[in-house]
Design a binder for this molecule. Sequence first.
Ligand code: OMP
Length: 217
Amino acid sequence: MLVKNRLILALDLQDFESAKRIVEEVHDLVDGIKIGYPLLLSHGSSVMGELDEKNVIWDLKLADIPHINGMIARKAFESGARGLIAHGFLGGDSLLSVKDVAQENGGDFFVVVEMSHPGSKEFINLRSLDLLKLALDVDATGIIAPGNRPERIELYRSLTEKMLILCPGIGAQGGDAGSAIKAGADCVIVGRAITESKEPRKAAMEILRGLSGEIDS
Ligand code: OMP
């Protein structure tokens, strides 16, 4: 994945016309668009043909046995995905099946190592360092880490130079884009702060302005 503007749009909408309008407004400002169940279950994978964006990451948070993970990953790449998000807690074999398919397709895959919502502290975040190790072992393109916990991003950055760190949890979940980048994130993932704004382009530009201070400094 090419990192340039350091912003990824989370397009968590069910209304495709609104989704398309937002993409048209911001596509030149973002490094990619993340889509997931809200859009895919509402409109199917045919949305891919109509999105004006090359780097579409499918956030399916894959969490199944290797055979099924591989089958779903193959379908996603066949449908035009350039990247996939998978959970690591299923273990190395489940992740390797995603990696194999991503590699065959020249695509990216990202492993969730820690999440941004309060409930994540009950289970997944207790094993984050093991999940990070797994992501490194399977040579993932990158990890998903909480943008609203900069101290955790700093820790992950100190433990991996080569993997990308993509960070959601900005805006609506309390995180600050500039602080996440300063802590070591490669990209922030932003949904509602852009999609629910009356002026999505202006909102995206505002976020980029906040990032540029950190990138230059
Ligand atoms: P907003 O809170 O609206 O910016 O959306 C955040 C996006 O990031 C949603 O698409 C979530 O599914 C996703 N996300 C998190 O919010 N927290 C996480 O820990 C992980 C993800 C993710 O995997 O992308």
